[in-house]
Ligand binder design. Structure first.
Ligand code: SF4
Ligand code: SF4
Length: 271
C-alpha cells in the first residue's frame, strides 16, 4: 500500500473534540472522567484508554486572545524511537506509514513510553500492555480513512497518499501564513518525518512541541553498542543486568520521571 499522510490543519480545528470521541467509539475504548485542566482542554495526557485528545493554548496578542488547538496522538514517525526501544519486537511500521503495537508480543516493559520523544505510549497496569493510537490501520488497509478524519466536520483532518497530501499541505500553509506569519508545517524535521503532520499557527514551542524531535542518544548506545558487546562479553542474564544498569546510568533514569511507574525494569533478559 502507498505511503499515507494525515494533515491536521490547526487553522480549521474548532476544538469540538469529536475526533477524540470517534477514536473511543471505533476502538471500543471506555470513557474516562475528564476535567478542564487548562482552558478548554479536558485531558492532561494520553492514557491507556485515550489515544487522542485536543490541547488548548491561549495566545494573547494586541489585547486579543486566540486559541492554539492541536489534536494530539501518536505521530506515527518514519523512524520511530518506540520501535527501536521495544524489548520484545512488538512494534512495527506498516508500508502505509503507521506504527502499531502487537498486543500479543508486548510485555509491558514501558521502554516505548520512555523513549518516545512525545511521551505517547501508555502502559495499562492491569493488562501490562502498551497502548497508543493505531492509526486505525485496519480501516486504512480496507480503503477507509481513520475514524478521527472521518468525523471531523470543519475539515481540519484530511487523509490521502503522501505526495498528494504534501502538495495540499504546502498550498494550505501558504494561505494560512498570510494571517499567521509564524505558521509552519510540523512533522518534517526529526524522526525522519511523521505520518501525522500539522499546520501549526505558531512555533512548535508555543504548542509545547519539540522543534526537532529525535531518538535519545542513550538508546543508540544501549541497543547498538552496549547491548551487543555485553552479550558477547558475558552472555545471558549477567549481560542483561549490565545493560539495565548501563542504560539507566546513561539516561539518569527514574529520578524525576513522571512516567516512572510505567516502565518497571522487568524481563531484561529478553532485550
Ligand atoms: S474533530 Fe476536527 S475540528 Fe473537532 S477537535 Fe477534532 S480536529 Fe478539531
Ligand atoms: S510518536 Fe512516539 S509512539 Fe508514536 S511512532 Fe513516534 S516514537 Fe513511536
Amino acid at each position: 500500500m502507498a505511503k499515507k499522510m494525515i494533515l491536521v490543519d490547526g487553522s480549521k480545528c474548532t476544538g469540538c473534540k469529536a475526533c477524540s470521541a470517534a477514536c473511543k467509539e471505533w476502538n471500543d475504548l471506555p470513557t474516562e472522567k475528564t476535567s478542564l485542566v487548562k482552558s478548554y482542554q479536558s485531558m492532561a495526557d494520553f492514557t491507556p484508554n485515550t489515544y487522542t485528545y485536543v490541547t488548548f493554548e491561549e495566545k494573547y496578542e494586541n489585547n486579543n486572545m486566540h486559541w492554539l488547538m492541536r489534536k494530539a496522538q501518536c505521530f506515527h514517525c518514519d523512524d520511530p524511537s518506540c520501535l527501536k526501544a521495544c524489548s520484545s519486537s512488538a512494534i512495527s511500521k506498516t508500508d502505509s506509514g503507521f506504527v502499531v503495537i502487537d498486543q500479543d508480543k508486548c510485555i509491558g516493559c514501558g521502554y516505548c513510553a520512555q523513549f518516545c520523544p512525545f511521551n505517547v505510549p501508555k502502559v495499562d497496569k492491569t493488562t501490562e500492555k502498551a497502548n497508543k493510537c493505531t492509526g486505525c490501520v485496519g480501516r486504512v488497509e480496507n480503503g477507509l480513512e481513520p475514524a478521527c478524519v472521518k468525523i471531523c466536520q470543519p475539515g481540519a483532518l484530511s487523509f490521502g497518499n503522501y505526495d498528494t497530501m504534501m502538495g495540499i499541505a504546502q498550498a494550505r500553509l501558504a494561505e494560512v501564513k498570510k494571517k499567521f506569519p509564524n505558521a509552519n508545517l510540523y512533522g518534517q524535521n526529526g524522526q525522519a518525518g511523521t505520518t501525522y503532520r500539522y499546520i501549526l499557527l505558531d512555533t512548535p514551542a508555543a504548542y509545547g512541541l519539540p522543534e526537532n524531535p529525535s531518538t535519545d542518544l542513550t538508546l543508540y548506545l544501549w541497543k547498538d553498542i552496549i547491548r551487543p558487546i555485553g552479550k558477547i562479553a558475558i552472555g545471558g542474564a549477567a549481560a542483561a543486568v549490565v545493560v539495565g544498569v548501563a542504560i539507566n546510568a546513561l539516561k539518569g533514569n527514574y529520578k524525576n520521571d513522571s512516567h516512572q511507574d510505567q516502565h518497571p525494569i522487568k524481563r531484561e533478559e529478553e532485550m
